[in-house]
Ligand binder design. Structure first.
Ligand code: S3P
Length: 419
């Protein structure tokens, strides 16, 4: 779905390469203005973090510094008062929050305003005020302790749009890589469900992918620091970020790979080999590559190291494939269960889902089930259906194209994909 993208001062939000924002976090005028000067010419936009400004209680000083920043910077300016409860520096009551945000949206010096969703009716009033002044609203939610499930994150974005958000923003703290997956999965889902732009961030070092792969999973904005001003681990400076984003954009435009996904027995191996012959491209069979590299069969890897270890090998392999020659990739049946793998695939290619019924799986794999640790103990119609149902959302959510394979010839399927 095409996003309801929009432009502010020549910068497009919601389409193409994510917009780079540099936060301005100085505590007094001189520092703030030197930060603006340092970021100018490097960043697409500024986020003025007014909660860091010691003069925040003096409305005259706030108005003046906003005017000065406006005078010094031509691109979009986002005004943010990040409250303490959402990870910011300033403890404010409702009345003060409303007063200072009203001042910002009526100042004529800012283009976008961050409004924390938790302010409820106050937030809705502020969004209306912003809109009546031609200021865009970024409605936000930050959780520095947890990462909710992907469904919950999407529900939060939906509520933000309901309140009038032009951009919905969620930022969460991951405890492990699975938490980052939740955020990426929410982005992939939001991309399909919502027409409006969003920003999703998984913070800290774990969450790097959410900052660099926004164009793939849908996040329209990314935060970077000016050269030499890295203030937290994992922060990427503007110049490096710009290079990374344009590299990702080129790979995305080129889409040089074809990834075949689907349940065990869907025909990924045979169809990819037919596609290899048709296109002259190299075929990468993920399972075989992993077996060769580990010097062990898949059942042995599962038995000795467990499924999680095998899934890590899949992720590592996919990370390397982007740099290799254009390929037809036959994926392991469970590879798309991790959202980060889907993002890696989407970043360099097209994902084709080979769909297959449980009855057909039973027929096709009757003599080959021992090599599939996730199937051998459930090799009945009901057992297969149960696993297929559990994976359906991941398969369908990842697919750019779906091809039904029941009762069809391999060549016929390959032609449908290539033709
Ligand atoms: C798996 C599928 C297998 C292999 C591993 C796990 C799965 O690949 O990666 O046994 O969980 O679906 P195929 O789909 O090629 O059999």
């Amino acid at each position: 779905m095409k996003k309801n993208s929009f432009e502010v001062r020549g910068v497009t939000f919601g389409e193409g390469i994510p917009v780079i924002a540099v936060p301005v976090i100085g505590n007094e005028e001189g520092i703030i203005l030197s930060e603006v000067t340092a970021a100018k010419g490097q960043t697409d936009m500024l986020e003025v973090r007014i909660d860091a400004f010691l003069g925040i209680r003096d409305t005259e000083r706030v108005s003046r510094i906003l005017r000065e920043i406006r005078g010094a910077f031509d691109g979009p300016i986002l005004f943010t008062l990040r409250t303490k409860r959402e990870g910011g520096l300033c403890d404010v009551n409702d009345a003060f929050y409303e007063e200072i945000l009203t001042l910002a949206v009526t100042s004529g010096s800012v283009d976008l305003v961050d409004v924390e969703m938790a302010f409820g009716e106050i937030a809705e009033r502020l969004i209306q005020k912003a809109h009546s002044r031609g200021v865009k609203a970024v409605v936000s939610q930050h959780d520095f302790a947890n990462t909710p499930g992907s469904g919950e994150i999407c529900d939060a974005l939906r509520r933000m749009y309901g309140m009038g958000a032009d951009i919905a923003k969620g930022a969460y703290m991951p405890r492990d890589a699975a938490d980052v997956d939740r955020v990426l999965a929410a982005g992939l889902k939001a991309n399909r469900e919502f027409a409006r732009p969003f920003v999703l961030i998984s913070m800290g070092e774990y969450g790097q992918m959410t900052r660099t792969e926004g164009e793939v999973f849908g996040s329209c904005m990314t935060f970077a620091c000016p050269e030499g001003k890295e203030s937290a681990p994992g922060q990427i400076n503007v110049a490096d970020m710009r290079k990374l984003l344009s590299g990702r954009h080129e790979a995305l435009m080129e889409r040089k790979n074809i990834f075949l996904i689907g349940f065990m027995g869907a025909g990924k191996t045979s169809v990819s080999s037919a596609l290899g012959t048709m296109t002259g491209r190299r075929v990468v069979e993920m399972d075989r590559r992993i077996e060769e590299e580990q010097g062990m069969s898949i059942p042995q890897i599962f038995e000795r190291y467990g499924q999680e270890y095998f899934r890590n090998l899949e992720t590592e392999l996919l990370m390397g494939l982007g740099a290799e020659e254009p390929s037809i990739v036959s994926c392991g049946g469970g590879a798309v269960l991790r959202a980060r793998n889907v993002v890696l695939m989407k970043g360099t290619g097209k994902i084709v889902l080979l769909d297959v019924s449980a009855g057909e799986v039973l027929k096709r794999l009757a003599n080959e089930v021992s090599g599939r640790p996730n199937l051998k103990d459930r090799f009945t119609l009901d057992g297969i259906r149960e696993l297929q149902d559990a994976r359906r959302e991941a398969y369908e959510g990842a697919a750019d194209i779906t091809v039904l394979t029941d009762g069809r010839e391999v060549l016929d399927i390959a032609q449908e994909i290539y033709g």
